[in-house]
Design a protein around this ligand. Structure first.
Ligand code: GSH
Length: 268
């Protein structure tokens, strides 16, 4: 399929600032993986809450990532977008089995790989199931980033946004040393995967496949970018605790002409 430019909606504290959303990083990297040219539309939480956005998206609570493939063809949710990219750009490396083009993947192997990616993104890649502590780890940094914008601050620290009672007080009272330790431990499976010997004797460079990054890498790297953009010291403390994971972060930063590294270097 011809690669038409699409519009990719990404979250910022204010226009011109950095891209900190773990979920939108999945989509940004999925678009780059599939070689789909895109224009970034920077949106703030208040823009997303506006009547204009609610009407345009037909959703009472619009969330990013969103990709506008064409007028009146807006797709939400990072996994739904990934599936759409797999369908529309089947003649390029699969997000779930990156060593093959999507159209060449065996259906049974494809279903297994897609299911593994889905479980992982709803597990470690999501705050709700409690598999990891990445959101809790940066919550106070996120709140601080909005402090000078009273209306946005009120929203991002509200129970409505955070999803449970007294959320701001509870999240702010968590013990940071314990959070850092738990976040480190949540990376142990990846350190093992990247250190184990493969059947051919080599080592895996990426998580989704030994030689090429894919959707599962983008899920974990989204968590890394969320932490690194909001508090670089915490990212260092957590991700550098494991040598193989630390090397993987460097490889991820270098992907697609150093796309993520460039954003870390140029946007704050
Ligand atoms: N499961 C969804 C999660 C989407 C989501 O939670 N997006 C957040 C950013 S990480 C958002 O739009 N937040 C703005 C808001 O809550 O108003 C996905 O993967 O796309």
């Amino acid at each position: 399929m011809a690669s038409e430019r699409v519009k990719f909606y990404d979250l910022v504290v204010e226009p011109g600032r950095t891209f900190y959303s773990a979920n939108t990083w999945k989509t940004r990297l999925s678009l780059l993986h599939k070689n789909v040219p895109f224009d970034v539309i920077e949106v703030t939480p208040m823009m997303l809450q506006s009547d204009e956005f609610r009407q345009r998206t037909g959703s009472a609570r619009p969330l990013v990532p969103m990709v506008e493939f064409a007028r009146d063809d807006m797709v939400f949710n990072s996994f739904v977008i990934a599936d759409r990219l797999e369908r529309d750009y089947a003649d390029s490396s699969s997000l779930y089995i990156p060593e093959q083009d999507t159209s060449d993947c065996h259906p049974a192997a494809y279903a297994s790989a897609r299911a593994a990616a889905r479980v992982f993104e709803r597990g470690l890649g999501d705050s709700d199931p409690g598999w990891s502590t990445f959101f809790e780890l940066i919550y106070t940094d996120l709140a601080r980033a909005y402090k000078h914008l009273p209306v946005d601050y009120e929203y991002v620290t509200s129970d409505r946004k955070l999803g449970f009672a007294n959320a701001h007080a509870k999240l702010s009272a968590l013990n940071m040393n314990e959070l850092i330790e738990r976040a480190r431990m949540s990376l142990l499976p990846f350190e093992a995967l990247l250190t184990d010997n493969l059947p051919n004797g080599g080592k895996a460079s990426f998580i989704t496949s030994p030689t090429k990054a894919g959707f599962t890498d983008y899920v974990l790297f989204g968590r890394y970018m969320m932490v690194a953009t909001l508090n670089a010291d915490k990212a260092e403390l957590v991700f550098s605790a494991h040598p193989a994971v630390s090397d993987w972060v460097e490889r991820m930063l270098d992907l697609y002409d150093g796309h993520a590294k460039h954003i870390l270097d140029t946007r704050k």
